[in-house]
Design a protein around this ligand. Sequence first.
Ligand code: C2E
Ligand code: MG
Ligand code: MG
Ligand code: MG
Length: 285
Amino acid sequence: AAKRAGRNRVRLFTADLRTAAQRRVTLATELREAILDDQLVLHYQPIMYLPSRRCTGVEALVRWQHPERGLLPPAEFLPTAAQHGLLTPLARWVLRTASRQAAEWARGGLHLVTGVNISAGHLSTGTLVRDVLDALTEAQLPPEQLVIELTETSVAEDVERAAAQLAELRRSGVEVCIDDFGSGFSSLGQLVSLPTGILKIDRSLVAFPAGRRSQAAAAIAAVVALGRACGVRSLAEGVETAEQLELAAELGCVLAQGFHIARPMPADELVGWFAAQPRPAPVAG
Ligand code: C2E
Ligand code: MG
Ligand code: MG
Ligand code: MG
């Protein structure tokens, strides 16, 4: 009886695996259509320039408006996209959509620097630079208004290949930023040699729990100092409280982003959000 129970358990387990695998294939098929069918949407999270406390940029974050499952966060479909070779088509859609949106806002007088996330796989296709420049040309967006975000772990996969492409992007005027800095275990020596303009200090360092302020401060200060020595600005990610914002500013972060400033929002809410921000004080004299 025990043996039979064991066999049943094995059979149940394989059945579960099969449905999970089938589900992934279905999701991949749906995702392929979603990219063509405009079911993807970008939400935009404001980025604050700390010296003036004004928001001067946004990060574009992809979501999938799934017909049955509702609005899906990237964690629910990026792994499937990666497994099925869909990250590059997805990235092209994101680059084009974000560039067009930024150009449209600029025509309306709202000049924002827009960050776009790029995956490690895109670096290995060798088409990243062309895809970025194509999107800019099509949208007629100046390169200075685009920032390409690559995670610490994705550039660490092949530092030399990453460096060559990042350098080319920067030469063309597009800023490059290392995302989630401090979350991996990449070689600092390699990272500091990368052609980059911004280090995004990972949320795990910025959003300190109560009682860990001094440790967080030491970690942030270390990254800021490293960045300064390399001529790179620091951005504090995942700022959730006023205290974290003040700490980041005090320690020399130039930029900050997080729920305390604003949550990611759909494009049509963003113009209203910016309009509701306090105006800069008129310059005396
Ligand atoms: P990321 O690039 O580090 O983006 C920041 C993530 O942190 C976003 O999650 C954002 O909503 C979240 N966040 C921002 N402020 C706070 C905060 O104060 N507290 C907390 N707890 N979270 C905060 P989201 O949109 O779910 O994106 C997750 C990740 O998915 C991104 O991390 C990025 O790695 C990836 N991703 C998003 N959009 C794209 C895309 O278009 N292409 C690619 N390849 N990856 C993307
Ligand atoms: Mg990012
Ligand atoms: Mg990040
Ligand atoms: Mg992150």
